[in-house]
Design a protein around this ligand. Structure first.
Ligand code: SF4
Length: 703
């Protein structure tokens, strides 16, 4: 931290990492960001975590892409094995004109030869709302179908599916800051101390002032130190545990009958279903004593105001949608929605995954979750877009598109800011698919693992080099501003999208993101009363905003839900076992996730000096007893093997991990967690089971 003598200018923007959406002041000197301070945004009130404060320097890293690149005609077959000393060896520099013509020309040729259906797109939750909106429009308008998706499929797609089904809206019902007014809060399947660190500070303050924090997770996550109850349940037993808790609420008559009658439907079916889940029967299944389950049920149901927070420990299962259905039912039966200190809050992962989903970067929905199967909805969009119709068929999701490449249907892709060569489950399957593509256009700021497979690479902009809005986990639409110029010839993503669209024959004439935002407002009622000018002046407005003066509604659904008759729904959830049971060959359970210092596939944080210095090496966590059983000391190398592959990685001792479990972060290409993960999907949200795979752990060098 310095003083005003240390910088020439300061620019207010939004942290590019997690969904908390902390507002930052970027201090710039001589064209480079020197340091970052938190400012008084609605989500962070001046606070920042280590990533927000120290993780900005990746944008000045010498690995940044500064010129468009085209794959050399004499390059070997596509693959990941580039020479780390000469990463660009298979590409040559090109002018923007040549690269854009090559990028668009290749996609247009596929469309002409095989139909629009042969080209799919992955957009990015790291781009702005305007860029996400343009991306889905480009695929739908340019290729006539809905095979467009982004990383929401890999994080909260199942939560959104359950929320849309039962509450009528895919966003949170209350901001996380509302915990200030709660008496009790459940945090399940999330690790905010590492993944949403600034939100975690509000949770800790809540506990410190006497709020009852109930933490539920198969790992002993950091919040447990502040919890009145820590339920370290068996991996995959969420539904059994939650149904048992709800069973107690029914059995002991602790539910809110008045609320249920006024605002819900299907209660009798839920009640009947829960009769089978007595805690005494479920204790063995979920590994939590019946009396603890009863105590938690009473604590949550008898509180005046309760909130539920959840993360990917809930969503990344083949029963992820069922997990969220249970959490929704639990909140509804206690009347813990729509009042101060109550609500349902899936903690969103990426900085703009909420906004990208709202903007329609998903295969089933157009902006504002308007379904593509509705003829009236589609014709309203084609009228605004001034172009012909596009398919009424729901599109393919992230992992389904990879399968579709293997099936020979998808032949070309446009990938903006996503890294499926690291982030997809069973990642060798995804890498093989990328290698098969006849034409791949990648737009990014670094030569990511995915860019290794590209035919054309378009150098894009980092958050601090562009103008645009982003939407955080709290539904707060915030203004991002450029502090420095993109390096070399790199350009803002929306500009690149427009240039590609023009070359694909689309009638696009945007000259500034504010024009794109204005068009979004024509299609998205959620943006009513939120204008570009307001965001420029105020930095953030929460949706829904009821008037031009209203800062937005922190809590929604106090007087009913956006569903038929204004009623939320109880959807009973049966217990479904994880897709892979441990057995003699693979006796342990693998779970994956993030660490405090590293972000997703590591392309940004591993290029940040401070963050990489703290966590420089691929590692996994094992219980000390597990290590001892193998005759290993902390720091030893172990080999992890699942039915899909093996990686070797340094082992840490961590008592927070159960003895039959191993935790592996997915940021490290040298020990890519997704070589191991199971691609089995939740049938509703189509999210893979990243949180559970049967694994064998042994000293490295064996097996
Ligand atoms: Fe950035 Fe999230 Fe940390 Fe805030 S909590 S500084 S948004 S990474």
């Amino acid at each position: 931290v310095g003083d005003s003598a240390d910088y020439d200018s300061e620019v207010e923007s939004v942290c590019p990492f997690c969904g908390v959406g902390c507002q930052v002041s970027l201090k710039v000197k001589d064209g480079a960001i020197r340091y970052v301070e938190g400012i008084n945004g609605p989500a962070n009130e001046g606070r920042l975590c280590v990533k927000g404060r120290f993780g900005f320097d990746y944008i000045h890293h010498p690995h940044r892409l500064t010129k468009p690149l085209i794959r050399r005609a004499d390059a070997p077959p596509k693959g990941l094995n580039v020479d780390p000393a000469n990463p660009f060896t298979h590409f040559r520099e090109a002018s923007w004109e040549e690269a854009l013509d090559a990028a668009a020309g290749g996609l247009a040729r596929l469309k002409a030869a095989h139909g629009g259906r042969s080209v799919a797109g992955f957009g990015s939750a790291k781009c702005t709302n305007e860029e996400a909106y343009l991306f889905q429009k480009l695929i739908r308008q340019g290729f006539g179908h809905n095979n467009v998706d982004h990383c929401t499929r890999l994080c909260h797609a199942s939560s959104v599916a359950a929320l849309l089904e039962n509450v009528g809206s895919g966003a949170v019902t209350a901001t996380f800051n509302e915990i200030e007014h709660a008496d009790v809060a459940i945090a399940i399947g999330c690790n905010p101390v590492e993944n949403h660190p600034v939100a975690a500070t509000y949770f800790k303050q809540f506990a410190k002032r006497g709020g009852k924090l109930i933490v539920m997770d198969p790992r002993g996550v950091g919040l447990r130190r502040h919890a009145c109850h820590m339920l370290q349940f068996r991996p995959g037993a969420d539904v059994a545990m939650l149904n048992a808790i709800m069973h107690v609420i029914v059995e002991e008559g602790l539910y809110d009958q008045q609320y249920i009658e006024a605002f819900t439907e299907n209660w009798e079916a839920e009640k009947a279903h829960l009769a089978n889940f007595a805690p005494e029967k479920m204790a063995e299944v979920c590994g939590i004593e019946a009396e603890v389950l009863r105590d938690v049920a009473r604590t949550f149901a008898t509180a005046k105001a309760g909130m539920i927070f959840w993360g990917m420990g809930v969503s990344q299962h083949i029963h992820g949608t069922d997990n969220s259905r249970c959490l929704i039912s639990l909140a509804l039966m206690c009347g813990h929605v729509g009042r101060p200190g109550t609500g349902l809050h899936p903690l969103r992962g990426q900085n703009n995954v909420q906004g990208a989903s709202d903007a329609g970067l998903i295969p089933m929905f157009l902006p504002d979750y308007q379904t593509v199967t509705d003829d009236g909805v589609r014709s309203a969009f084609t009228e605004i877009w001034q172009s012909g119709d596009f398919s009424s068929e729901k599109g393919l999701t992230v992992t389904e598109i990879m399968d579709d490449i293997h099936a020979g249907n998808t032949r070309g892709m446009y990938i903006l800011g996503e890294n499926p060569a690291m982030s997809d489950p069973d990642v060798e399957h995804a890498r093989d698919a990328l290698a098969k593509l006849e034409h791949l256009v990648v737009q990014d700021i670094f030569l990511t693992e995915t860019a290794n497979y590209a035919d054309v690479i378009l150098p894009a902009s980092a958050f601090a080099e562009k103008t645009g809005t982003v939407t955080n986990t709290n539904r707060q639409v915030q203004m991002g501003r450029p502090a420095v110029a993109p390096p070399g010839e790199a350009r803002e993503d929306w500009w690149i999208e427009v240039e590609l669209a023009k070359r694909l024959g689309l009638p696009w004439a945007y000259t500034h993101p504010r024009e794109i935002f204005a068009e979004m407002k024509l299609t998205m009622r959620s943006l009513a009363n939120i204008t570009w000018e307001r965001l420029e002046a105020q930095n953030a407005v929460t949706y829904p905003s009821l008037s031009p003066e209203d800062p937005g509604q922190a809590i929604v659904f106090g007087d009913g839900f956006p569903r038929p008759e204004g009623r939320a729904r109880f959807t009973p959830a049966a217990v479904i076992a994880p897709d892979e049971a441990p057995d003699a060959e693979y006796p342990m359970i693998l779970t994956t996730g993030r660490q405090l210092e590293h972000w997703h596939t590591g392309s940004m944080t591993r290029r940040s000096k401070v963050l990489d210095a703290v966590e420089p090496e691929a590692n996994c966590s094992l219980h000390p007893k597990t290590l001892r059983r193998m005759g290993l000391a902390p720091g030893a190398m172990v080999r992890l093997t699942t039915r899909r592959g093996s990686v070797e990685v340094m082992a840490r001792a961590d008592r927070a991990v159960a003895e039959d479990m191993v935790f592996l972060p997915f940021a490290y290409v040298e020990a890519a967690a997704n070589i191991l993960t199971n691609p089995a999907l939740d049938p509703f949200g189509k999210i893979p089971e990243f949180k559970f795979a049967a694994v064998r752990v042994e000293p490295a060098g064996q097996g």
